[in-house]
Design a protein around this ligand. Structure first.
Ligand SMILES: [Fe+2]
Length: 388
């Protein structure tokens, strides 16, 4: 059996090697990425360094997309914070729309947290015209494109985070981490107030920069990741102990207790987490992420619309349903109909996938619970990303 496994791995070697040039990050699923010898020679550190340099070059091409003060804030902190992002009337209209919307949605679990998503396909956006206008606005697009270093649309959902909503282990995204080995963007336009003890987004200011100390930490982690006790670290989303931040020259994490209508756009190569929630809580947000192949120098390639990207979610979820119906593993994304982003946790909460101590299966780790990224800019095969 062991010999068969070795033969299979040898046959797959060219495929694993080719993945070095993509966003693939799993130390558990790719023996080349996980190779101790290669990482002693600096393989992981070289990927980190090269991807970072390219991301900075792509951002430089997009500097005119955002105001100078936002650019300075981002370059210093790794995030842009915009309280009162929308004019009050527009925000009120957006809130009314999302509150009134009932339709198909999906739910999954991360530990004791329930994640709910509404995919923004064309018919959904047609019922949410204010949201559609926000997603087309210069301010929204500019910030996400600059931080992401790509002049392309991100994937966007209406997302609800329900903390302590089901029995289960603690939320794996509550641990401080980097999503992946290269700069990448996520954005949150909060539709609800977020209290400091109700699971706020948390970020270590300045941790998006690849300093010599960070690179040395990446090198050390690359030698430990494959055998880490932490599932997400093995999957390439390295966790960091807050006690280790000072050694990297970094300050303590900052928790963003913010009012509704605050936008945060962050590079989640920086260390971040879903902050603790003292009790059950509901956070509703417009949530976006953009992650493409990190080794492409171009800032833009094929255009994808928000609606087309929304369909990718729907198709991906349907494939999971079909696989389950055919006797395959359970789709961790459970369909609900007629639900609202603001509904409390259902009595029947989604069950996590099998096989992981944190309760997600391997498709879900690091959220990556997401459909594959758009091709054209070719993308990692089943990328994941935490949704913190
Ligand atoms: Fe994350």
């Amino acid at each position: 059996m062991k010999m068969l496994l070795q033969v299979r791995q040898a046959a797959m070697l060219p495929w694993y090697a080719a993945q070095l040039f993509t966003g693939t990050k799993s130390f558990e699923q790719n023996p080349v990425i996980a190779s101790r010898r290669m990482n002693q020679w600096g393989l992981h550190a070289a990927r980190v360094r090269h991807a970072y340099r390219l991301a900075l070059a792509r951002r430089r091409k997009l500097t005119r997309m955002i105001p100078a003060d936002d650019r300075e804030a981002f370059d210093r902190d790794g995030f842009v914070l915009r309280p009162g992002f929308l004019p009050p009337q527009q925000f009120a209209a957006l809130l009314d729309e999302i509150r009134a919307y009932r339709g198909p949605l999906r739910e999954t679990a991360e530990g004791d947290t329930v994640i709910r998503k509404i995919a923004l396909i064309g018919p959904v956006l047609a019922r949410l015209p204010t949201l559609d206008a926000v997603l087309r606005s210069v301010a929204w697009r500019g910030l996400i494109r600059y931080v992401g270093g790509r002049n392309t649309e991100p994937m966007v959902w209406v997302q609800s985070i329900l903390r302590h909503a089901r029995p289960g282990p603690s939320d794996p995204q509550a641990a401080l981490h980097a999503d992946t080995f290269h700069p990448t963007v996520k954005a949150w336009l909060f539709l609800t107030d977020v209290a400091e003890d109700a699971g706020p987004f948390t970020y270590v200011p300045g941790s998006h920069r690849l300093t010599a100390a960070r690179l040395a930490w990446e090198q050390r982690m690359s030698l430990l990741a494959r055998d880490s006790a932490n599932t997400e670290t093995r999957q390439g989303s390295f966790r960091i102990d807050p006690a280790d931040l000072p050694a990297l020259g970094l300050p303590p994490p900052r928790a963003f207790a913010v009012p509704a209508n605050t936008l945060i756009v962050a590079d989640t190569f920086g260390f971040h987490a879903r902050g603790p929630s003292a009790g059950a809580s509901l956070r509703v947000e417009i949530w976006a992420y953009g992650r493409r192949i990190p080794f492409l120098p171009l800032a833009a390639l094929l255009p994808w619309t928000t609606a087309a990207l929304g369909w990718r979610s729907v198709v991906w979820w349907k494939i999971g349903d079909l696989r389950e119906a055919a006797g395959g593993r359970k789709n961790p994304w459970r369909q609900r109909t007629g639900g609202s982003a603001f509904d409390p946790a259902a009595a029947e909460t989604p069950s996590p996938g099998r096989g992981s101590p944190t309760g997600h299966n391997k498709d879900m780790r690091d959220l990556d619970q997401m459909p594959p990224e758009p091709r054209g800019e070719p993308a990692p095969a089943l990328s994941s990303q935490t949704q913190v």
